[in-house]
Design a protein around this ligand. Structure first.
Ligand SMILES: [Fe+2]
Length: 257
């Protein structure tokens, strides 16, 4: 009898522990998601053009991720890397360059080329929650043939997230007006990407992007509304109310005057 009671109590204790652990995990995940939303808001506040760009790149990247049959977990990683791949461009060191209408000089191009590292540094504290975010941000200008930057990674050495975002990023860069470049047509962007298959881009991901089904979805995503489902798209959602936000100590220091 005593033994049966002990077993029952043990089972009840394990159940309670499991429920508590699950609740704690959900709270931490909400906190991490809120941190990402704040970061995205910070991009919008500093540079709305970049905010719009990264959302479009996220939309295209998710379409490619789905075409590649990625798991939900990998898909979310792609989404995060897409949303924050250019966060280094809102760095103060690059602000004047990225907000100038003139064509870039060679020196300015070199400075712009630091944005993957600057971005990876910005998101580094999030590695506790999203260990692959920084690596994806850092690698989004690597090229399949090893001639990209900043590390000259080659082929599958480049994180999958970055290989997908690279295609989506290029498509958006070509099809949208930038300060120093006019927008070109989607068919032209498709031609450029096809020509870079196996050079700049992963051949399999390029094939997925060029498939008729993906092209239809990309075309639909380029329309102003509605946005495709599955994007974080903070702008579309009501800010959720969190009633149970855990106490979390974060590192900061007072500004020195
Ligand atoms: Fe970039």
């Amino acid at each position: 009898m005593t033994s049966r009671l002990q077993t029952t109590l043990l089972a009840a204790g394990a159940g309670l522990y499991y429920l508590k652990a699950r609740r704690e995990r959900a709270r931490v995940e909400r906190l991490a998601a809120a941190a990402l939303e704040s970061l995205l808001n910070a991009i919008d506040a500093n540079d709305p053009d970049t905010g719009a760009h990264v959302r479009r790149v996220a939309a295209f990247s998710l379409i490619i991720a789905d075409a590649c049959g990625l798991s939900e977990h990998a898909r979310s990683s792609v989404e995060r890397v897409a949303l924050f791949h250019d966060i280094g461009k809102v760095h103060e060191a690059l602000f004047d360059i990225t907000h100038d209408d003139r064509a870039l000089s060679a020196e300015e191009r070199q400075q712009i080329a630091t944005h993957p590292q600057l971005g990876a540094d910005v998101v580094a504290p999030l590695s506790l929650f999203y260990p692959d975010l920084g690596a994806g941000v850092l690698a989004h200008h690597e090229r399949w043939d090893g001639t990209g930057y900043p590390r000259g990674l080659r082929g599958a050495e480049i994180p999958l997230t970055a290989r997908i975002v690279a295609v989506a990023d290029t498509f958006d860069a070509i099809t949208h007006h930038r300060r120093y470049d006019m927008a070109r047509s989607a068919p032209h962007a498709v031609e450029v990407i096809a020509a870079e298959r196996g050079r700049q881009f992963d051949p399999d991901i390029t094939d997925a992007f060029l498939s008729p089904a993906v092209q239809l979805l990309v075309h639909a995503a380029m329309q102003p509304s509605p946005l495709p489902e599955g994007i974080v798209a903070c702008k579309r959602q009501q800010t959720p109310t969190y009633t149970e936000v855990p106490d979390v100590a974060f590192r900061w220091h007072a500004a020195t005057v």
